[in-house]
Design a protein around this ligand. Structure first.
Ligand code: NAD
Ligand code: WQD
Length: 350
């Protein structure tokens, strides 16, 4: 009995954020007990309130920073966790170029502090938010987990560095279970329309930008490049619905619970395996929302690659997980979230 209680409790760092909130719901639905730890640097209490409302019970939420070892120790001393899902991190590529120290401090030092506290409390199961960005400009498509890794910006470098740290940790001590999940392009929102992606300022990413054009907050989409070697000349990405992504985390935890021997360092792609072009996404969004999405072609964005999509076989074979939702559903749910919450949570500074 005690064993099963321990296995069910999960610390979710960054659980107030975009992917974290959706994963909290999926974890709750799968029977996990969750504790959310977040410094609210890119999220709000309102997001937590909405998750609580959706699961019809209060979320145990601790406002804290992963770089604060004493605060983390208090959390680990109070709860017996089966493992940690580690979302907490900064994610804006452009900002990381302007503020590399902030990104390395937050994403790398913060993760080291978390790992040190996990070691002290003998919690050795970690699911880490990695990214397809660690593959850089891929040599072959689809991208599988053995593809070469390289990064060109501090954000990507911070993810790759954490992966290297996890690899070294697994070598140093074979009791660790460390699963970096390499997300492709998460989009969409909870079907309730209550939670979704809430970028500060003007969005950098494509889907929130399209949504804000559709809702009339932004005038026009700039499509960065129409001369890529792709079907229509625009960039191709593997968009994945955030609720599918959330289920991928549940599958990773289920997998860890079933293992009799430690898995060490086990990277797994979370993608659909399908590429969709920027223009195809714009068309799908326009069809679903009934809104026109004015756009113009602009210069390629520095650092962008032509095409990126996953081999999703490892997740299917090991985790028995695969993405289910289509581009249409991704657009429908993004549009519902955007149109119901034109200003997002709108309470960031409360
Ligand atoms: P998000 O910004 O919405 O969520 C991250 C959360 O972490 C936020 O709530 C933020 O307040 C919190 N946080 C940041 N630094 C913290 C710190 N030092 N201590 C405690 N909390 C902290 O981002 P997201 O889109 O939900 O991404 C979650 C994770 O997935 C991130 O690590 C991100 O790098 C990674 N990722 C995201 C994408 C994407 O496109 N959204 C793709 C690949 C990987
Ligand atoms: C997708 C496509 C753009 C905006 C980024 C990070 C990556 C990961 C996911 C965290 C590209 C085009 C975009 C716009 C456009 N995040 N685009 N006009 O660049 O694939 O990945 O988010 O790990 O690390 O780099 O996603 O949504 O920014 O761009 O034409 O206004 O849309 O050029 O082809 P990307 P994105």
């Amino acid at each position: 009995m005690l064993e099963s209680i321990m296995k069910n409790k999960i610390l979710v760092t960054g659980g107030a954020g975009y992917i974290g909130t959706h994963t909290c719901i999926a974890l709750h639905e799968a029977g996990y007990e969750i504790v959310v730890y977040d410094n609210l640097s890119n999220s709000s209490r309102e997001a937590i309130n909405r998750v609580s409302a959706l699961i019809s019970q209060p979320i145990e939420f601790i406002e804290g920073d992963i770089r604060d070892a004493e605060s983390l120790k208090q959390v680990f001393a109070t709860h017996q966790f089966f493992g940690v899902i580690h979302f907490a991190g900064l994610k804006a590529v452009g900002e990381s170029v302007a503020k590399p120290l902030l990104y390395y401090n937050n994403n790398v030092s913060g993760t080291i502090t978390l790992l040190e506290v996990m070691t002290e409390y003998d919690v050795k199961n970690l699911v880490f938010s990695s990214s397809a960005t660690v593959y850089g400009d891929p040599e072959t498509l689809p991208i599988d987990e053995n593809s070469k890794r390289s990064c060109t910006n501090p954000y990507g470098q911070s993810k790759l560095t954490v992966e290297h740290i996890l690899e070294d940790l697994a070598v140093s001590d074979d009791s660790w279970n460390l699963i970096p999940l390499r997300y492709f392009n998460p989009v969409g929102a909870h079907p309730s329309g209550q939670i979704g992606e809430d970028p500060n300022d003007i969005p950098n990413n494509l889907m929130p930008y399209i949504s804000q054009v559709a809702v009339g907050k932004l005038a026009k989409l700039n499509i960065f490049g129409n001369d890529y070697p792709t079907t229509d000349g625009t960039g191709v990405r593997d968009f994945i619905h955030v609720t599918d992504l959330a289920q991928g985390h549940v599958a990773a935890l289920n997998y860890l619970e079933q293992q009799v021997a430690p898995v060490g360092f086990l990277p797994i792609n979370l993608g659909t395996g399908k590429g969709t072009s920027v223009l195809e996404l714009v068309t799908a969004f326009s069809n679903v929302s009934g809104q026109s999405i004015p756009y113009q072609f602009a210069e390629r964005r520095a650092g962008d690659i032509a095409s990126c999509y996953a081999s999703a076989d490892k997740a299917k074979n090991l985790l028995e997980w695969q993405a289910k939702l289509s581009i249409t559903e991704m657009c429908q749910d993004s549009w519902r979230w955007q149109s119901m919450n034109p200003n997002g949570y709108n309470v960031k500074d409360i």
